[in-house]
Ligand binder design. Structure first.
Ligand SMILES: *Cc1c(COP(=O)(O)O)cnc(C)c1O
Length: 492
């Protein structure tokens, strides 16, 4: 199977190359040339598969140049004892009826980024090897919290790699900062940036474009790579859990097998929900994908009007992992839904970078409307949902999950079973969750974890409970213009 660039159909690379390169040289994103299709009968046969077995079957379809043994080894080690639930991604009924939560936060960092980042490092290192690369790969990450920690866990002690994570000094939650500065592993570095997330992110972008740095590293046998969600290797593992949710909802014996369901997804960079769209294109019976935004509702506005307009102020919310104005993976959706019209996509993306907005044509808009619905919930609405869902059904949701719960239930009675994708443990955002429940008695970051557990009886995920006893390993902090020196010192 070859991969095309969303901005040039004549460009063809293998899966390994797409993963090794991350982004196409024309600035486009890699998309498989064709999407494999599964019949209902074939999907039914997957019922009862464990998560690693299902991940093997689904992802292997996209990776012909990897052997069965290789892929199976990756999925077995990616989804094992590192998750605190044997099902890996358990489906929980929230309301005793049609509303479900697919919990994607049982991995080592308590957020859904683990679903991809426990798998991707294996794909990336093997892809580099297959494309003849022998140098050490240095992964650079700028994070607003979840990606950094998940990437550190995914790449720790992976042979041939080194990882450096930059986070904004005052821009992540107490729990998130502690998770990162106590990271274990011989090949990891964590550094605070004196500035906000944009400073960290722009700094990393400049490092990737820095010729001096590239030459210096080259002399030391090091190349740079990234772990963000424009890489196909991060998207691919996410297709699996849509199938897994469906197969938990309807097992092979169940009368409902084959009927359609909805998914509601708390969305930022559009990676998660795009994986749902691909699962639907592959034949999974999905009726609607509900795109849920927080107060940064660029996507909700886009689906409502057909115009993507990033010209607005970024709002800092209680669901920081969705505080994004440019949802990169939307480009892949437009490409697929337009029938792979690379010229059209190239035009939209050039308008976006020149004028900050673009409007899609009516055909494309009508096509998207058959699959997507959308909505948004601001901090107040998300907090109200956390409180109401807890009081009514004793289900504890984090602020990101609450955004999707809110949007999913906003149009009244559910017509079909609806699976909300739950992207973080409520304990990762204990402060906002406690405030939503009306309890502000504790001010200390880690103290909030025990308080939330005391109040709700829900247990704290082990990696978060153990944070208090962890040794502080990193207290580096630099200004954004010193990031290059930092990278060079780590690679000296
Ligand atoms: C990354 C993240 C999201 C957004 O996912 P996208 O794939 O960027 O749309 C939502 N919730 C949490 C907790 C996240 O970490």
């Amino acid at each position: 199977m070859n991969y095309n660039s969303t901005r040039d159909n004549s460009r063809k690379v293998s899966g390994a190359e797409a993963i090794a390169r991350g982004i196409a040289p024309d600035g486009g994103l890699y998309v498989p040339e064709t999407l494999p299709k599964l019949s209902l009968g074939e999907i039914e046969k997957l019922a009862g598969h464990s998560y690693p077995d299902l991940a093997f079957v689904i992802t292997k379809l996209f990776l012909p140049e990897f052997t069965d043994e290789e892929v199976y080894e990756y999925t077995k080690s990616a989804y094992g004892a590192n998750f605190d639930d044997k099902r890996v991604a358990p489906l929980v009924c929230v309301d005793g009826d049609k509303l479900y939560s697919l919990e994607l936060w049982h991995g080592p960092t308590s957020a859904f980024k683990d679903m991809a980042l426990q798998y991707m490092p294996k794909l990336l290192t093997a892809s580099l090897e297959k494309s003849g690369e022998t140098r050490t790969v240095c992964i650079l990450v700028a994070t607003s919290g979840d990606t950094g920690k998940a990437a550190l866990e995914g790449y720790r002690d992976v042979d041939g790699t080194r990882i450096i994570v930059f986070y904004p000094k005052n821009g992540v939650s107490d729990v998130q900062a502690l998770q990162m500065v106590t990271q274990e592993g011989a090949n990891v570095s964590v550094c605070a940036i004196e500035g906000n997330f944009d400073d960290a992110q722009n700094g990393v972008k400049e490092l990737f474009a820095d010729n001096f740095l590239r030459d210096e590293l080259e002399r030391k046998g090091v190349i740079l790579s990234s772990a963000n969600s424009i890489n196909w290797g991060r998207l691919l593992p996410q297709i699996v859990y849509y199938f897994y949710a469906y197969l938990q909802l309807f097992d092979a014996e169940s009368a409902g097998f084959g009927s359609e369901i909805d998914f509601a997804v708390p969305t930022g960079n559009f990676g998660n929900i795009l994986a749902g769209y691909i699962a639907r294109e592959m034949g999974l019976p999905i009726r609607k994908l509900i795109c849920a935004s927080n107060a940064n509702k660029v996507l909700a506005d886009f689906f409502a009007t057909g115009t993507y307009d990033k010209r607005r102020e970024l709002v800092l919310t209680n669901s920081p992992s969705m505080d994004i104005l440019i949802s990169s993976n939307l480009e892949r959706l437009l490409y697929l839904a337009s029938g792979r019209d690379d010229t059209l996509i190239k035009g939209y993306m050039s308008q976006l970078s020149k004028s900050g907005k673009y409007t899609i044509d009516e055909n494309l808009r009508a096509k998207l409307a058959t699959v997507f619905s959308s909505g948004y919930a601001d901090d107040a609405a998300s907090a109200e949902t956390i409180r109401a869902v807890w009081e009514r059904w004793k289900y504890l949701a984090d602020p990101h999950t609450a955004v999707a719960l809110n949007v999913a239930s906003s149009s009244g009675e559910l017509e079909v079973p609806t699976v909300v994708i739950s992207t973080a443990s409520p304990y990762k955002f204990a402060s906002a969750v406690l405030a939503a429940l009306g309890d502000e008695s504790i001010s200390d970051g880690l103290g909030k974890l025990s308080r939330l557990s005391e109040l709700t009886g829900v247990s704290i995920p082990k990696p978060l409970a153990e944070l208090a006893g962890k040794q502080l390993r990193f207290d580096d902090s630099v200004s954004a213009d010193k990031m290059r020196e930092y990278v060079l010192s780590v690679n000296s």
